[in-house]
Design a protein around this ligand. Structure first.
Ligand code: GNR
Ligand code: NI
Length: 180
């Protein structure tokens, strides 16, 4: 297993549409494991492959709280098959937009299909925070960030601050080697 560097905005790789997988093979299974390790260390409750620079349709999640039994989810080619009419507003954050948060409104319940770590086609129903998080991760696969769901005013404020932090070299997630 390996911890991968997480890309932060602004970065063109976060705006690309990721490619579907033909199948989940050993290499994809390893990517899923590395992504989970990276997510746990961050720490975060979800991570999409484009956030580690891999433009493939892979996401991982774990909503278990500290001290609870881990509930890892590793999904390839996730596709929403149903969304509720009822919406849910949730204060979202993103490892690629560090230290910024905003309320995003999305369907409150969803159904999806996906390939699991063993390349089996499966389906899943989710509501609440899990539904929000899965939609946030699928958005990453389509080059969409949570700030794309809020007002242009708030979005530009956040993106300007992140760009400024990047230019001044102050982003705390940069490769630690550069500060030595
Ligand atoms: O860790 C994360 N927390 C979170 C909180 C509310 C809604 C979505 C998320 S996902 C985020 C990790 C991340 O950036 N995944 O892409
Ligand atoms: Ni995110």
């Amino acid at each position: 297993m390996a911890v991968l560097p997480i890309i932060t905005a602004p970065d063109p790789r976060l705006k690309q549409v990721a490619k579907p997988l033909a199948r989940v093979d050993e290499a994809v299974a390893k990517l899923m494991d590395d992504m989970l390790e990276t997510m746990y260390l961050a720490p975060g409750i979800g991570l999409a492959a484009p956030q580690v620079g891999v433009l493939k349709r892979v996401i991982v999640l774990d909503l278990a709280k500290e001290g609870e039994t881990a509930q890892p989810l590793q999904l390839a080619n996730p596709e929403l098959t149903w969304v509720s009419d009822e919406d849910l507003a949730y204060e979202e954050g993103c490892l690629s937009l560090p230290d910024h948060y905003a309320e995003v409104v999305r369907p409150g319940a969803i159904k999806l299909s996906y390939l699991d770590r063993e390349n089996e086609l499966r389906s899943l129903e989710a509501e609440g925070l899990l539904a929000t998080c899965i939609q946030h991760e699928i958005d990453h696969l389509d080059g969409i960030l949570f700030v794309d769901h809020i007002s242009a005013l708030k979005r530009n404020m956040i993106l300007r601050k992140l760009l400024k932090a990047k230019k001044s070299g102050k982003q705390q997630d940069a490769d630690p080697a550069h500060v030595l």
